[in-house]
Design a protein around this ligand. Sequence first.
Ligand code: FAD
Ligand code: MLT
Ligand code: ZN
Length: 480
Amino acid sequence: MEDRAILERLETIAGPRNVTMHADDLAPWLSDWRGRITGRAIALVSPETAEQVQAIVRLAGETGLAIVPQGGNTGMVAGGIPRPDDRAILLSLRKMNMIRSIDPDDNSITVEAGAVLSVVHQAAEEHGRRFPLSLGSKDSATIGGLIATNAGGTQVLRFGSMRALTLGIEAVLPDGSLFEGLSTLRKDNRGYDIRQLLAGSEGTLGVITAASLELVPAAPHRVVAWLGLGSARGALAMLRRLEGVLGDAVESFELVPDTALALVLEHIPDTRAPLAGGHPWHALVELRTANDPEEMRKYCEDVLAKALDDGLIADAVLAESEGQAAAFWKLREVISEAERADGMAAKHDVSVPVSAMPEFIETAREAVEARFAGARVIAFGHLGDGNVHFNVRAPAGSDDRAWFAQTGDAVSRFVHDMTRDAGGSLSAEHGIGQLKLAEFGRLADPVRLATMRAIKQALDPLGIMNPGKLVPLANPPKNP
Ligand code: FAD
Ligand code: MLT
Ligand code: ZN
């Protein structure tokens, strides 16, 4: 079918105001957040109802077009960017952003897929509840994208990742049928869990149109601390001590190396280091309670004072106000932005068993520096989940682009091999998308790959849903 005829069909389905083929309208949505990958699409369509999504998916099936679902386009692996050679419809869910219902007694909220995370936070708070998943992209990332990538963030330690918080899903499947799974049941044992199959499927098995999410009590009081440490091992020991005394109140424990803090202070306005003096490592801790915050603060101070005496930490400061707590959090949440401003990086989103992570960070850094002269490692993030962003930058003063063109793939293979050898995963929370596809195909065990291909084939026999993402082909074409 000619592009013009497709446009007319899409306009009939979604209305002319929701369809565009103009290059200027499409451009912002055809490159990933880091600007590494740029794709192509025939049209950008922004449906307003699940019925419209169904009709668009049926049109794609009829005409052999690819459907690429997209939310906020904050994904880290270019899963929401069409490939340059596909005849693709870029399907934006951003206009489907209603809060459908909220039930404080049920501790649940039901929202359309395009609802932005920070809006969901706000809605929950207005009802005395919390949606306990947060990340640096919260003002753009959508619920559909977060479920499709099974996003993690900074409270996984306490509440788990997106899967754990998703009670129900409504989705358009590749044949255009509507899976109406918006239940908020906590117990439902009717066999295969289609909701969990769609979570983490990166748009390859269907288009999520709405979801029911778990809410938790508000726990309005928080204590936020910034610690200075000599080693990542000390950081993990500190986390375990805090948990020993404060239990579930410990909701976040994020690791920040001095190199990441330096990038933030250099590139992000209105930031300053919480502690005087340099420390090789820092940790950001958040404790939450619905009870007496002074009591929790006191316990926290006692644990930290003892840790200082024991030499486990080198320094610590507790935020004195909400403003200061927000300033500490900003330092953590803008690391990616600062890193992007500073230049290119080979990003690795790796997990290993939590207890093995401190040693992994050190040995993998030493190995990378020994193998790739001058390479600079920045490992930061979710230590308590056994997940760090193990990013490798070109030698200082070198030509980034030339270095990565020549060395980037070898660096990533090296890091991923070490991760596999440590019993880990090459994608802890960002997914596979396009950027990790070849590496996933190289390293995944054959039974996992065969099972994923069988599921994909069963649900999407025409291969229209987000082709070239997540599921490696059985026989990928060789590079010329
Ligand atoms: P998009 O980027 O638009 O899409 C992501 C994937 O989901 C694509 O494969 C797309 O096809 C698919 N998709 C999107 N919507 C739908 C839908 N409705 N139905 C089916 N498939 C769909 N991630 C973490 O896990 N933890 C972090 O701490 C974290 N921090 C971040 C910080 C920053 C500054 C940034 C820029 C990103 C961060 N991310 C983090 C990346 C994270 O994956 C995204 O923020 C989020 O999960 C993607 O949501 P999105 O709406 O932007 O999805
Ligand atoms: C983070 O934890 O800040 C993110 O996952 C983003 C990133 O890895 O760049
Ligand atoms: Zn992360």
